[in-house]
Write a protein that binds this ligand. Structure first.
Ligand SMILES: [Zn+2]
Length: 210
């Protein structure tokens, strides 16, 4: 099983060991690493992209329990140098962390987050009403989010003994999460809550970071 360095470190470039590299049916190559800096697609967050040596890594996915790096050309077994596209990673971490923040803020109005999708241009968090759930508007959510961004609440990651990982911002109750995050909410910059749509006991909050 590939060690997931991205879970405990923000490091974006370093030495890795290529275990194997096999051609795929789609013309790409499947590369397994002993340990990886790349966040695979999942948990509502897109895959990192980048390079192993000079070969492009165009997608990273969990396939049959293994982290598979899809490359455009073969890479040789043994030691290699890996780099994650840092600009995209930062955008994905900001969008994902903004989803956490919206989750915390809307929970204050007694809604329970059930689903999240943190992709550029289509980010949203879906909530289910609890008893006594209060009406919330996009404007309210945005104002409260901005207050916490100004407070620059720090991200805290706790690796539990059972293998799960808890991620919290400031005083909020942690979420179980395997994604990547900003180190504090100030890095989110400006958050734009585009809409808060209520339908059949569900509330969907659409947002972007700018
Ligand atoms: Zn997360």
């Amino acid at each position: 099983m590939t060690e997931r360095i991205y879970l405990s470190s923000e490091i974006l470039a370093g030495d890795v060991e290529v275990i194997d590299c096999v051609p795929r049916n789609d013309g790409r190559y499947s590369v397994r690493l002993k340990s990886t800096l790349f966040h695979p697609q999942g948990g509502g967050q897109p895959s990192d992209i980048g390079w192993i040596n000079e070969v492009a890594v165009v997608h990273v996915a969990m396939e049959e329990g293994e982290i598979i790096h899809q490359t455009t050309a073969p890479v040789t077994q043994g030691n290699a140098f890996a780099r994650v596209d840092g600009e995209l990673r930062q955008l994905y971490s900001r969008l994902h962390s903004a989803g956490h923040l919206i989750g915390h803020v809307v929970e204050l109005a007694i809604w329970h987050p059930i689903k999240a999708h943190h992709w550029p241009g289509e980010s949203k968090v879906v909530f289910k009403a609890r008893e006594d759930a209060q009406n919330v508007s996009a404007e309210d959510i945005q104002v409260i989010c901005k207050n916490f961004i100004t407070e620059d609440l720090p991200c805290k990651v706790t690796q539990r003994d059972d293998g799960l990982r808890e991620v919290s911002f400031g005083h909020f109750t942690p979420y179980l999460c395997g994604g990547t995050h900003v180190t504090s909410l100030g890095q989110l910059g400006d958050i734009k809550v585009q809409a808060a749509q209520m339908k059949k006991g569900h509330l969907t909050v659409y947002y972007d970071v700018v």
